[in-house]
Ligand binder design. Structure first.
Ligand code: HEM
Length: 395
């Protein structure tokens, strides 16, 4: 799909434009000052708020904006929308669909996954420790969240490559090949259908079994609900967090003062993770307007797509001092990388733990790692943005 390059970001933006994926920050700065809610007719049309308060207002407003289609890019024409509770549902159904999952992502549930996460990190590091160079994204970050979420769901970690391939086709390929993303979705649903059928025969100590035994208003969940939720958890748990870990390691590989500070004082990891989440927020979501309404005075029509540009809001100078600087000890940091309101990320405790453990363990082994300037780093992803490789020297 060849598209002409963007000449006016206020009226003709394209979130899948290579220039936007590579470096959206100056574009958002300009829009915030001139046209804070940009618009485009491309890819089915969409609005793009860039100020924190405007993004927050839409995220909180479940009356005028529905979550039935949260894709940043429109679905393939003629395809039926995927139901993936709770992310694609609105109140009151959303509340119950979310409640069922809460125990699996509570702080104590996440604590129990920390040892497992550390073991995954150590195993990945052992495989590259003797090499002079590595890809901190492809050899490391990319493998951590997928194994943890596979463990939680109760699907084989050994099939990791298939899960990762699905995530790449859905999140990274769908701008250029939407039909393939749709096919990946079908493959995931068929895959989970088999697992659900086998758990119906024999339960296991995993999330799929818990979904089979869960009830909603006194009735068991439908297969459609269970499969959609499994799809959501697998996809939400992979690309998002690996992009977060990858972006953090890219930052430390290019900012040696921050790297050295974290090595000397690992207690800074908590604030550093929050700052990486703010500055390199991976996730943009979407809503559909239910009726004619407005965002910051800009008209929005029923059926219009609105992008919840959390990454741009997190760089808004009205909300954050020195927004374009990464301050790993930033104290006041009310970022919304995990969203806001009823759909706020259910996996935020898990994601934070994975980022903290992954970055901390990496620094224990490679305290002087650095980016290899001779290899270009590609950043990508309209919905989930991160560095696709982080080529580094290890010592
Ligand atoms: C750095 C990593 C992550 C980021 C930045 C992130 C970001 C987000 C954002 C922005 C939302 C709000 C969606 C909306 O408003 O429509 C969300 C929702 C969600 N996230 Fe995450 N996420 C991350 C990791 C995870 C992980 C590891 C999981 C675990 C499976 C997860 C599961 C979910 C779920 C289930 C929802 C839907 C919640 C609902 O609709 O009530 N996320 N996430």
């Amino acid at each position: 799909m060849e598209l002409k390059p963007v000449s006016d970001w206020a009226t003709d933006f394209d979130v899948a434009d290579p220039a936007y994926e590579a470096n959206p920050f100056p574009i958002w700065d300009e829009l915030r000052g001139s046209c804070p809610v940009a618009h485009t007719d491309r890819r089915g049309g969409a609005h793009l708020p860039t100020r924190y308060d405007d993004v927050a207002a839409v995220a909180y407003d479940t009356e005028h904006f529905t979550s039935r289609d949260v894709g940043v890019l429109p679905p393939v024409e003629g395809s039926r929308l995927l139901i993936a509770p709770p992310i694609t549902s609105d109140p009151p159904f959303h509340t119950d669909a979310r409640r069922i999952l809460l125990p699996f992502f509570s702080p104590s549930a996440v604590d129990r996954l920390e040892i497992k996460t550390r073991a995954i990190c150590e195993e990945l590091i052992a495989a590259i420790a003797d090499q002079p160079t590595a890809d901190a994204a492809g050899d490391y970050a990319q493998h951590i969240p997928v194994r943890v979420i596979a463990h939680l769901l109760g699907i084989p970690e050994g099939e990791e490559a298939t899960f990762t391939d699905w995530a790449i086709r859905i999140f990274q390929g769908s701008a250029t090949n939407p039909e393939d993303g749709r096919e990946a979705t079908r493959e995931i649903l068929a895959y989970f259908a088999e697992h659900v059928a086998s758990r119906r025969q024999e339960r296991a100590d995993d999330l799929i079994s818990a979904l089979i035994d869960a009830d909603l208003d006194g009735s068991p969940l439908t297969d459609k609900h269970i499969l959609g939720t499994c799809f959501l958890l697998l996809m939400a748990g992979i690309d998002t967090t690996w992009s977060g870990i990858g972006a953090s390691l890219w930052h430390l590989a290019t900012h040696h003062d921050d790297r050295d500070r974290l090595v000397a004082d690992p207690a800074l990891l908590d604030t550093a993770v929050e700052e990486f989440l703010r500055a390199y927020s991976p996730v943009t979501m979407a809503r559909i307007a239910v009726d004619d309404t407005e965002i910051a005075g800009c008209p929005v029509h029923a059926g219009d797509r609105v992008l919840l540009n959390f990454p741009a809001g997190n760089r808004d100078p009205e909300k954050f001092e020195r927004p374009d600087e990464v301050l790993i000890d930033r104290e006041k940091n009310r970022h919304f990388a995990f969203g806001l309101g009823i759909h706020r990320c259910l996996g935020s405790n898990l994601a934070r733990m994975e980022m903290r453990v992954a970055i901390g363990t990496w620094l224990e082994h490679f305290p002087t790692f650095a980016l290899r300037p001779e290899i270009e780093v590609r950043w990508g992803g309209a919905q989930v943005r991160g560095p696709r490789e982080v080529p580094v020297t290890l010592a």
